[in-house]
Design a protein. Structure first.
Length: 264
């Protein structure tokens, strides 16, 4: 794996794919996906610009636009006039906004368990927004309850489940999330006036888990994207929920291969 001076992770060869991280903001949480995709593509991954390790500037005065401008800078610093974008969860909002503003730079757009641009924080999200640092222990304590069904579905064998939980816990510990920054990202997105997603010109693939297994962004919420963007289609990654790109990176890579090879 190569780490550029600007904080961009650049690995593999072939058609370029840029991974846009989710609300926690760290590329390290996507490491299994980065490694699997790099067997077929040139993969660029990065952390959001308000992360200390990102190597990018962040101006709080412009809010969500920081992330859209950063994505353009990632492409520039990687020497890419255009690329396939993969927006993960919250990262889907960033990728869609960039694709709307800079259509010539986006070859394809993949949205994994993504939020639609008309998304607004629900009651649970607004509860945590009240005092993100104070309530972070509660958020962490309840996370296993939200994720347990999809982890069991992805790893029926107890030994496989334990291996995944150990490796994912290590990634979370070594690349910790910041409740304060996550809350600020939600507020920035909530306050942002998104461009009309119908302006996306690239072929779009919306990837979700199975209904009932994604307890973070319900599948029906992600599916709203399909109704708003022309040339968009939806596929389900079996035995997954919100963590599908991490729990089943080989399955996600297979979906990506089919999308790229279809010439869409």
């Amino acid at each position: 794996m190569r780490r550029a001076e600007c904080g961009v992770i650049d690995i593999g060869q072939g058609e370029p794919i840029v991974l846009v991280p989710g609300l926690q903001g760290r590329w390290e949480w996507m490491q299994p996906t980065v490694a699997r995709l790099a067997q077929h593509y040139r993969v660029i991954a990065y952390s959001l610009c308000d992360e200390r390790t990102s190597g990018f500037p962040c101006d709080p005065a412009i809010g969500f636009d920081n992330y859209v401008e950063q994505l353009g800078a990632v492409l520039d610093r990687a020497g890419l006039p255009q690329a396939t974008l993969v927006g993960v969860s919250y990262g889907g909002l960033i990728a869609m906004e960039f694709a709307t503003r800079s259509p010539a730079r986006v070859t394809r757009l993949v949205l994994a368990s993504s939020l639609p641009v008309d998304w607004q924080p629900d009651r649970r999200a607004r509860f945590y927004l009240r005092a993100p640092r104070l309530l972070s222990p509660l958020f962490v304590a309840t996370a296993p309850l939200r994720l347990r069904p999809e982890v069991r579905a992805a790893f029926p064998a107890w030994s496989e489940r334990m291996r995944f939980l150990a490796s994912h816990t290590w990634r979370v510990v070594t690349a910790p999330m910041s409740p304060g920054k996550m809350a600020r990202r939600v507020r920035w997105a909530d306050a942002h006036r998104f461009a009309d997603a119908e302006g996306v010109q690239a072929p779009v693939l919306v990837v979700t888990g199975e209904p009932g297994l994604d307890r973070v962004v319900p599948v029906e919420v992600s599916r709203r994207i399909v109704a708003r963007i022309r040339r968009a289609r939806h596929v389900v990654l079996p035995r997954t929920g919100h963590l599908g790109i991490v729990t089943r990176p080989e399955g996600f890579c297979r979906v990506m291969n089919e999308f790229v090879e279809s010439g869409a």
